[in-house]
Design a protein around this ligand. Structure first.
Ligand SMILES: Nc1ncnc2c1ncn2[C@@H]1O[C@H](COP(=O)(O)OP(=O)(O)OP(=O)(O)O)[C@@H](O)[C@H]1O
Ligand SMILES: [Mg+2]
Length: 257
């Protein structure tokens, strides 16, 4: 079972007097759903970018099972807020793009892409052009494309941030369904307090100056959804309501109201 670890990572951007991230450690196993949250500018994206291999830490190490992360790799798929699909390709061809690069024959990659589109609840969208898809649908195609490479880790930076509230709620359960069925470790950034609580097996709260993890809250609400409990009943649970207040306090600790 692969483990992604960030050990005492610091990030110092060129020309900046202070480090953006001060010595921060984080471990993610397959089966974990770790949510990174915290105020704007506290370093969530920076930390995720280290895990993705887009940024090399100034000190400390990032690795998977002892192998150092130095570049992006097929073992880690990344999904951004506005996923850049290729507008000249159909939904199916966007999803199967990585397979085409690997030389998988067309019939096989079409089959695999349609299977993935079904998993993101877009069973009939394969032939559609990107401009024919809604924002939520595009994000689902992006997710299917990320899963096509069969990654060990799914790294997502505010993947639902640009969606309307109703679509966002439906996407939250979709993410849980995908996580439960895919044998991946998820690292996801969000500003949504309820979203963090509902989805994460662990919520890491970051604070700025320098960016670091100041609080880790173990949660089990997503597992309850996966085990069959409706979201409505989970959100009405007094533990969920108390967790929401605790998480908000942790995020805004020290901030003037
Ligand atoms: N390429 C860069 N060069 C210089 N400074 C940067 C760079 N990228 C980020 N920073 C700085 O590092 C700090 C952390 O930024 P980061 O984008 O990681 O925060 P964030 O928590 O993702 O914020 P948000 O919630 O707004 O997305 C900020 O002070 C930001 O200005
Ligand atoms: Mg960010």
């Amino acid at each position: 079972m692969p483990t992604l670890s960030l050990n005492q990572v610091t990030i110092r951007y060129d020309g900046e007097p202070r480090p953006a991230i001060g010595s921060t450690s984080l471990t993610l196993d397959t089966g974990d759903f770790v949510v990174l949250t915290g105020r704007s500018g506290c370093g969530k994206t920076s930390l995720l970018n280290v895990a993705a291999g887009f940024i090399t830490p100034s000190s400390g190490t990032a690795g998977i099972d002892g192998r150092s992360i130095t570049t992006p790799g097929a073992d880690r798929a990344v999904v951004f807020q506005n996923d850049a699909l290729f507008p000249w390709l159909s939904a199916r061809d966007n999803v199967s793009f990585a397979l085409r690069m690997r030389g998988v024959p067309k019939a096989e990659r079409d089959r695999r892409a349609d299977e993935l589109l079904e998993r993101v609840r877009l069973p009939k969208a394969g032939g559609k052009a990107v401009w024919e898809l809604s924002g939520g649908m595009r994000q689902r195609v992006g997710l299917a494309r990320a899963l096509a490479a069969d990654p060990d880790f799914l790294l997502m930076d505010e993947p639902l941030g640009a969606l309307d509230a109703l679509t966002r709620e439906r996407m939250q359960t979709l993410l849980l369904d995908i996580w439960a069925g895919a044998n991946v470790g998820v690292l996801m950034v969000t500003h949504g307090i309820e979203e963090a609580l509902l989805l994460g097996t662990r919520v890491a709260v970051m604070a700025p100056d320098p960016g670091r993890i100041v609080r880790v809250i173990e949660t089990g609400f997503g597992r309850r959804y996966v085990a069959g409990e409706p979201v409505r009943s989970i959100k009405a649970d007094k533990d969920f309501i108390a967790g929401r207040a605790e998480l908000a306090d942790a995020i805004f600790d020290g901030e003037p109201a």
